[in-house]
Design a protein around this ligand. Structure first.
Ligand code: FES
Ligand code: FES
Length: 210
C-alpha cells in the first residue's frame, strides 16, 4: 500500500496535475510528529535535569545521633529519614510509604516520636536524634526489644524498628493504661503482617515493668 501523504488537491501547484512540490512519507510524518510532541512534553523535566545544584542548595547540619556528634552537609530537600539512611549510615529506620502513613520511619527527635520521612533534615540543626540502632546496650537489648521477641511481636520485621520507637514513646507518654489505649496511641504504626496483638502485649509488659 502506498503510504505517501497526498498533498491537498487545492494546492495551487498541484491543480494542473503537475507533481506536488513536496511529499512526505506517512511513516516519517508520524514519527517526526511524535518526536516533536515528546520533546515539548518533556521540556520541563529536561530543563530540571540540566539544573546545576549550587552551594545555596546545601546546608550543614549538626546533630547528635544516638549520642554521637555528627556534622553532615545535605541537600536542603533531604528528609531526615534519608539523611539517617543514606548519609549517616543508619539504615535501621525503615522507609515504608515515605508519606507519613505507615510509621515505619518513626524515630525520636528531642525525645518526641516523629515520622522522619515527613520532615526535612535542615529543620533539625542541633537536635538530639534517637534511632533503633541506639537502643541496645552492647549485647543487651532494650527491654522493649526483648519484649518484642518474647511476645513474637513481629513476622517480617520491616515495621518493627518503627513499632519499637513508637512503643517507647507510647510508654513515655503514659498511654498504656489498657490494650485499647495502647492500640489507639500506636495507630500510626502499620504492620502488614498483622502482629498487632503481640505488639500490644510487648508494650504492655514493658510498661508494667518500667
Ligand atoms: S515511611 Fe514514614 S510514615 Fe511511612
Ligand atoms: S512484622 Fe511485617 S510488617 Fe510488621
Amino acid at each position: 500500500m502506498d503510504s505517501t501523504v497526498p498533498v491537498p488537491a487545492e494546492h495551487p501547484e498541484q491543480s494542473d496535475g503537475a507533481a506536488a512540490p513536496f511529499s512526505i512519507n506517512r511513516r516519517k510524518f508520524v514519527g517526526a510528529t511524535a518526536v516533536v510532541g515528546g520533546l515539548v512534553a518533556a521540556a520541563p523535566a529536561l530543563a530540571g535535569c540540566g539544573t546545576e545544584r549550587g552551594p545555596e542548595d546545601l546546608t550543614t547540619v549538626t546533630l547528635t545521633i544516638n549520642g554521637a556528634h555528627r556534622v553532615i552537609e545535605v541537600d536542603n530537600r533531604t528528609s531526615l529519614l534519608d539523611l539517617l539512611r543514606e548519609r549517616a549510615g543508619l539504615p535501621g529506620t525503615k522507609k515504608g510509604c515515605n508519606q507519613g502513613a505507615c510509621g515505619a520511619c518513626t524515630i525520636h527527635v528531642d525525645g518526641r516520636r516523629v515520622n522522619s520521612c515527613l520532615t526535612l533534615a535542615v529543620m533539625h540543626d542541633g537536635a538530639e536524634i534517637a534511632t533503633i540502632e541506639g537502643l541496645a546496650d552492647g549485647d543487651r537489648l532494650h527491654p522493649l526489644q526483648q519484649a518484642f521477641i518474647d511476645h513474637d511481636g513481629f513476622q517480617c520485621g520491616y515495621c518493627t524498628p518503627g513499632q519499637i520507637m513508637s512503643g517507647m514513646g507510647c510508654i513515655a507518654e503514659g498511654h498504656t493504661g489498657s490494650p485499647a489505649e495502647i492500640r489507639e496511641w500506636m495507630s500510626g504504626n502499620i504492620c502488614r503482617c498483622g502482629a498487632y496483638t503481640n505488639i500490644v502485649s510487648a508494650i504492655a509488659q514493658t510498661a508494667a515493668r518500667t
